[in-house]
Design a protein around this ligand. Structure first.
Ligand code: ARG
Length: 607
C-alpha cells in the first residue's frame, strides 16, 4: 500500500510512528488525527496512548473530535481531569484548539493539515496503489482470513422473486465490503436446482415446451411451463405421479432424466448470468442443492445417529427421522423423510460440512430473507451439536421483504421486467434534455445503469431487516435521496473535470504542487471532513452488514458537494485557486465513485 503522507519530523508527535492494532493512519488519515488528539490526553490523564485513542470520538456540536472523559474511569472528578487536559494543551501541526464542556473535551484540527493530508491520501490510494485499483476506504482488518458468502440462490424453473433480488443486492455488497477490508472472499450461488419441481417441468416440457424458447430465454420459458403444468396438475393427479416418477429417476441417476435436468439447469444458468452481468454481480462458484453429495448426506445422518442426536418421528411424523431442538425453542426439524430421501435442511447441513472440508473458511455468510431465520438457526444449531467448532462461524445475513414489487401497471413480474421498466422510464427522462442526451455515448446502457441504481439504492437505503414498499415514482426521481440523484452527483463532478480541461485547466502530475492551503472556505472543510470519514464508514459497514450506512454517507457527501457549487467556483478563478478547488472536486468524485462501486453500482461519467 502506498504511503500517503510523510511523518512529522523535528521531535513533534508523529501519528505515523504509533502502532496500535486496527489503527491504520496509512489508509485512514482520520486515524492520524485521532492519534494526534489522543497524544493530548496521555500526559494530563496519565494513560497510555492506546487507551486514550479509544476515547476519541467523532466531534459533537461542530467540533472535529470529542472525548468523554468519564469513560476512562480515572477516579476523582471527570470535570477536573477535563480541565487539566485543556490547561496542558499545546497546539501543534495537527491539533489546533481545544474547548471544554463539563467532562467533554472537544478538539479542532488544523484545516490546512487536514485538507492536505486527506486529499493527498485519497489521491495516492486512488491512483498510486500497487494493485492499480482504487483503495481509498479499504483497510487490512480481514487480512489472512477467508470468508464464503452465499447469495442470490434462486430456484430454477420457479420465480426469481423479490427475496432473491434483495439477496443478490445485499450479497454483492457484503462481498465487496469484505474484499475492501482485506478478506479473501469466495462467493457461491446456491441454486435451488433439485427437487420435484424438475419432475413437473420435465412433464410440462413435453406438453408445452419449445426448444427455441429454451435456448433464448430458459428462465422465463421454464417458469412459464412450470405455471402451466401446475395448473394441469390441480385437476389431474396423473401429472403428479409422472413428476414424482421423473424426479425419482433423477435421484437414481437415470441418464436420460439427468441429461434433461442438466439442460434445463445449463440454459437457465446462462440466462441468469446475463442478468447478473447486467446487475454488476458475479459468483466464483455456481453450486446448488444438486451438488451436495448423497454420500455427504448419508455420512451426516450416520454421524448424528452415532452421537445420539437423532430421534424417530412419532404420530404425524411416523417413519421420519428428526432432531429435537425444543430445548432451544427451535422445533424438531425432520432430516430424513419416511422414504429415506433428504430435505432442504439435510442438504444445508451436509453442504456446510463439505464446504468447510473443501475451503477451510474462517467465516461463512448466508444471505437470505428473514422468513428463513428459523431454518438457519436450526441447521447452525445442529452443526453445533455435532461438535463442529466452526459452526460458530456461520452467519445468516437476513433481511425484510419488498412489498408490492410489481410492474408499473400492477402485474406481478420477473426481475428482467422490473429492470427493463426502470430502464425505459429513465430513457424517456433522459430524452427530455436534448443537448445532454446528444452527448451521452450509449443512452440505452446509461439509462439501464440509472434504472438499476434506482432499484439498488431504494433497496439499500433502509436497515436491511425492515420491509419496504417498492415505489416506482420515488425510486426513479432525480431529486430526493435516490439512486439517480447519486449517479447525477457523480456525473456532474466528472463534467467539471471535462469542462475545465477544455478550458485548458490541467492539474500537475505532481500533486504536491497544488496549493491546498487555498481551500479555506467552510464548504471545502465540510467536504474534506466527510471525505476523511469514508474509511470509518467502511469499518462500520463490515461490523453491521448494513449498506444503509454507506448510502446515507453518500447522500451527505453529495449534498455537501452540491451546496458548495456556488462558493467553490472553479471556472474563471485565478489559476492556483482554480486548481486547488478542481482537485478537491476530483477527490470528492473519486470517493463518491468508490462508495457507489462498494454498493455494486457502476459510477456514470455522463448522463
Ligand atoms: N433457494 C432458496 C430459496 O429460494 C434460498 C437458499 C438459501 N441458502 C441456503 N443455503 N439455504 O428460498
Amino acid at each position: 500500500m502506498a504511503t500517503a503522507v510523510t511523518p512529522a519530523t523535528n521531535g513533534a508527535f508523529s501519528p505515523y510512528a504509533a502502532s496500535i492494532p486496527g489503527v491504520e493512519p496509512e489508509t485512514c488519515a482520520f486515524d492520524a488525527f485521532r492519534l494526534a488528539v489522543a497524544s493530548k490526553l496521555t500526559g494530563p490523564l496519565n494513560i497510555p496512548l492506546e487507551k486514550a485513542y479509544e476515547g476519541v470520538d467523532i466531534g459533537k456540536k461542530g467540533a472535529d473530535f470529542t472525548v468523554a472523559v468519564p469513560r476512562f474511569r480515572l477516579g476523582g472528578k471527570p470535570d477536573d481531569w477535563a480541565k487539566k487536559v485543556v490547561d496542558e494543551f499545546k497546539a501543534d501541526l495537527w491539533v489546533e484548539s481545544v474547548t471544554v464542556d463539563k467532562a467533554f473535551v472537544s478538539f479542532m484540527v488544523r484545516t490546512d493539515t487536514l485538507v492536505n493530508k486527506v486529499l493527498t491520501q485519497i489521491h495516492d490510494l486512488t491512483y498510486r496503489t500497487p494493485s492499480g485499483k482504487p483503495e481509498y476506504g479499504c483497510n487490512h482488518s480481514g487480512k489472512g482470513k477467508k470468508v464464503i458468502i452465499e447469495y442470490s440462490s434462486p430456484n430454477i424453473a420457479k420465480e426469481f422473486h423479490a427475496g432473491h433480488l434483495r439477496s443478490t443486492i445485499l450479497g454483492a455488497f457484503l462481498a465487496n465490503i469484505h474484499r475492501a477490508t482485506g478478506w479473501d472472499v469466495m462467493t457461491i450461488n446456491y441454486l435451488g436446482d433439485w427437487g420435484k419441481q424438475f419432475g413437473l417441468v420435465a412433464v410440462g416440457f413435453e406438453r408445452y415446451g419449445s426448444e427455441e424458447a429454451l435456448k433464448t430465454d430458459a428462465v422465463h420459458h421454464l417458469y412459464d411451463v412450470y405455471v402451466k403444468i401446475n395448473k394441469d396438475a390441480e385437476t389431474d393427479e396423473a401429472v403428479h405421479d409422472a413428476a414424482r416418477e421423473f424426479f425419482k429417476r433423477m435421484e437414481d441417476g437415470d441418464e436420460a432424466a439427468v441429461a434433461q435436468w442438466k439442460r434445463f439447469r445449463d440454459f437457465s444458468l446462462e440466462r441468469y448470468k446475463q442478468s447478473y452481468d447486467r446487475l454488476n454481480v458475479d459468483f466464483d462458484v455456481y453450486g446448488g442443492e444438486s451438488t451436495v453429495s448423497q454420500k455427504a448426506m448419508q455420512d451426516v445422518i450416520q454421524k448424528m445417529d452415532e452421537m445420539g442426536i437423532i430421534e424417530e418421528g412419532k404420530e404425524k411424523k411416523e417413519g421420519a427421522r428428526l432432531i429435537n431442538l425444543e430445548k432451544w425453542k427451535l422445533g424438531s426439524p425432520v432430516v430424513q423423510k419416511t422414504d429415506g430421501t433428504s430435505l432442504y435442511i439435510t442438504r444445508d447441513i451436509a453442504g456446510a460440512i463439505e464446504r468447510h472440508e473443501k475451503y477451510h473458511f474462517d467465516k461463512m455468510i448466508y444471505v437470505a430473507g428473514a422468513p428463513q431465520d428459523m431454518h438457519f438457526a436450526q441447521f447452525f444449531k445442529v452443526l453445533d451439536l455435532m461438535d463442529f467448532p466452526w459452526a460458530k462461524t456461520l452467519e445468516h445475513a437476513n433481511f425484510g421483504s419488498i412489498l408490492g414489487m410489481s410492474s408499473r401497471k400492477g402485474t406481478a413480474v420477473s426481475l428482467d421486467h422490473i429492470l427493463n421498466e426502470a430502464q425505459d422510464t429513465m430513457h424517456e427522462q433522459m430524452k427530455t434534455n436534448e443537448t445532454k442526451y446528444a452527448n451521452v455515448d450509449d443512452p440505452q446502457k446509461t439509462a439501464d445503469e440509472i434504472g438499476m441504481s434506482a432499484v439498488k439504492i431504494q433497496d439499500m437505503a433502509g436497515k436491511r431487516i425492515n420491509n419496504y414498499t417498492f415505489n416506482w415514482s420515488r425510486m426513479l426521481s432525480f431529486e430526493g435521496d435516490t439512486g439517480p440523484y447519486l449517479q447525477y452527483a457523480h456525473a456532474r463532478l466528472c463534467s467539471v473535470q471535462r469542462k475545465t480541461a477544455q478550458a485548458g485547466l490541467v492539474l500537475p502530475s505532481d500533486v504536491s504542487k497544488i496549493n491546498t492551503d487555498l481551500l479555506t472556505e467552510p464548504g471545502a472543510r465540510v467536504i474534506v471532513y466527510l471525505l476523511a470519514s469514508y474509511p470509518d464508514v467502511v469499518r462500520t459497514a463490515i461490523k453491521t452488514y448494513e449498506p444503509s450506512g454507506v448510502v446515507t454517507y453518500l447522500f451527505r457527501l453529495s449534498h455537501a458537494i452540491s451546496a458548495a457549487w456556488e462558493t467553490l467556483v472553479v471556472m474563471g478563478q485565478e489559476e492556483e485557486l482554480a486548481k486547488a478547488r478542481l482537485w478537491l472536486f476530483i477527490n470528492a468524485r473519486d470517493v463518491l465513485g468508490a462508495g457507489l462501486r462498494l454498493l455494486s453500482l457502476r459510477p456514470l461519467e455522463k448522463m
